[in-house]
Ligand binder design. Sequence first.
Ligand code: UDP
Ligand code: MG
Length: 321
Amino acid sequence: MKAAKVKYSIIVPMYNEEEVIEHTYDRLKQVMDGTNETYELIFVNDGSRDRTVELISMISEFDSNVRLIDFSRNFGHQIAISAGMDYAQGDAIVVIDADLQDPPEVILDMIAKWKEGYEVVYGKRLKRKGETVFKKVTAKVFYRILRSMTSFDIPIDTGDFRLIDRKVCDVLRGLKEKNRFVRGLVSWIGFRQTMVEYVREERFAGETKYPLKKMIGFALDGITSFSYKPLKIATYVGFTLSIGSFLYLLVVVFQKLFSGFPVQGWASIVAVNLLFNGIILMILGVIGEYIGRIYDESKGRPLYIVREVQGYPDKNEAEDE
Ligand code: UDP
Ligand code: MG
């Protein structure tokens, strides 16, 4: 064990959050002090290039409830959350964004549900304030596609803001996959789950750390981790096109033999060729997405690399254990 046992662990992944992080700390502290129980705030720095680390490091000097896990570089949001779970000591563990889009006060509702006996309490967004139409629409479409592609229930419109029981945390830690889509994994493992509804606030300050490129990667991870339907779709497309082409071939032969019209068409040959080549390349790309992920898994590299850990007073004893 790395520190004295605590009741609650709050995991906060951070990537360039210098503008908000002190406010986030204040709000979290206020809420957690109100529980009158022991807690730890685990800030995971995912390779920020601004002053995020300095700020948390300073706070951890005088607040013994604060821990800092500092990554050697940017490994990604989902991995930062996973690292937080590796370090968490609490009986209940909460994951919350650093930008105050998830109101810390909702944690109290989550704790109440946990005390009723639920092992996973996820936050369902009733509304998303201050996000672009593009983000809202793509998120909506994505969650619905993902749901239609998986055989188990991934709740719609939920992010990673959730409380999990110790048991659930231990199971998640045992899932070693590299392309982690944490919200899917949590649904996949089952347990008694419930939700609390909340209004997603505007980002307190700073900009989103999920540009389009990361969003696409995230969506692909989500789908490929939980479904091979895209591969099946490729098979169906292949069959349909083959049958269609064969029928068309019969038509062409028939025309040639019986109607006396010579079959013409440089343009149509080129068009069909380009279309079919495009489809083939796309299907190869889909297969590639899966193979790339198999390659990632097979390398056996660690999920993340830690530069430094702060805020564990009895660290030496911990390492002896
Ligand atoms: N984040 C991270 N690593 C990344 C990108 C984001 O740890 O590579 C953190 C970020 O600091 C925030 C959370 O993940 O605490 C969610 O990111 P953000 O608020 O930018 O995403 P959005 O709310 O716009 O989807
Ligand atoms: Mg955000």
